[in-house]
Ligand binder design. Structure first.
Ligand code: HEC
Length: 278
């Protein structure tokens, strides 16, 4: 692993809310493990390319590539959730190298492309590497948290991992690209995940509209922060495994210390939002 994986931005990363909750039930831990199954299904979504014109073909491919790598990274975390939550193991072996290697494997299975074979001098090659560096950065920064003995639930779940990777990516790709996982306003937990105006319009006008095809992403060229950008919104839906935290009764405190959102299975629960500046 090259030294660039040891980022100078690590002090900007907020620590997970590990102190809020200490002893999850076995059932709750099993629920987290079940996220893996859903994320597995979600990978299939990433293979849907939004309807795009020829001029934005490369943008469409980049968005698909970045969404797939995010799915892959989250899937690695969810597959290892039991291990992460185990208070008895110290070295979890979940370092940057391992998580990257597993993510690359999943990415390759889904796309039939080795991300490292994409020419780093091209936009797609540069951006996928910045994203992989971001995954490595998040894992490096959290080694102490992950390997702490005597603590079960550490707050390190796929949603947190995804947000931190997207934030790191936004810093590394500043001015070129941004990624975020947002949600319908009703289901927003972290204020940083709030949808902006374009995302709100796409959520309400497209993804939540009665005729919208499930799993169908929406993409458009639009003005963002004073620049022309190609933007993609990829919908994600709650499965039963998400409802231990996002379900009912609404307002009851979940395992992570957040009030439950009152969502139902199949509800639009999230949107992967990718912005590529021109
Ligand atoms: C263990 C409890 C738990 C489970 C299970 C869980 N989540 Fe979350 N989710 C959270 C927490 C906590 C956050 C806020 C993370 C952060 O940004 O700090 C979150 C954030 C999100 C967000 C980002 C938007 C926001 O509200 O801030 C989406 C989208 C999301 N979850 C979808 C899902 C989906 C889909 C599943 C099932 C595959 C799922 N979650 C399973 C706890 C959970």
């Amino acid at each position: 692993m090259s030294s660039k994986y040891f980022s100078s931005h690590s002090n900007n990363i907020s620590a997970p809310a590990a102190t809020r909750v200490r002893r999850p039930s076995r059932k709750a831990i099993a629920c987290i493990a079940a996220i893996g199954l859903l994320l597995g299904a979600a990978i299939a979504i990433a293979t849907n390319v939004p309807a795009i014109s020829q001029s934005t073909d490369e943008d469409g491919q980049i968005a698909k590539s970045l969404a797939t790598m995010l799915y892959a990274g989250r899937l690695v975390i969810s597959r290892n959730q039991d291990r992460i939550n185990d208070p008895n193991i110290s070295d979890k072996g979940l370092d940057a190298k391992m998580v990257l290697a597993e993510s690359v494997k999943i990415y390759r299975d889904v796309t039939k492309i080795d991300p490292l074979s994409i020419d780093p001098k091209t936009r797609p090659g540069k951006l996928i590497r910045l994203q992989m560096d971001s995954i490595a950065e998040v894992m490096d920064v959290h080694q102490q948290t992950l390997n702490r003995q005597g603590v079960g639930f550490k707050g390190f779940i796929p949603a947190l991992f995804g947000r931190l990777v997207n934030e790191a990516f936004g810093r590394r790709a500043a001015g070129i690209a941004e990624m975020k996982v947002t949600a319908p306003p009703l289901f927003i937990r972290n204020v940083r995940a709030r949808p902006d105006q374009w995302e709100t319009e796409v959520i309400n006008g497209k993804l939540l509209s009665p005729g919208w095809l499930k799993n169908q992403p929406f993409a458009a060229v639009t003005q963002t922060k004073g620049k022309t950008a190609y933007r993609t919104a990829v919908p994600e839906y709650y499965s039963s495994s998400c409802l231990s935290c996002h379900g009912s009764p609404k307002g009851e405190i979940d395992l992570t210390g957040f009030p439950k959102d009152g969502a139902s299975e199949g509800d639009l629960g999230g949107v992967i939002s990718i912005t590529l500046y021109h």
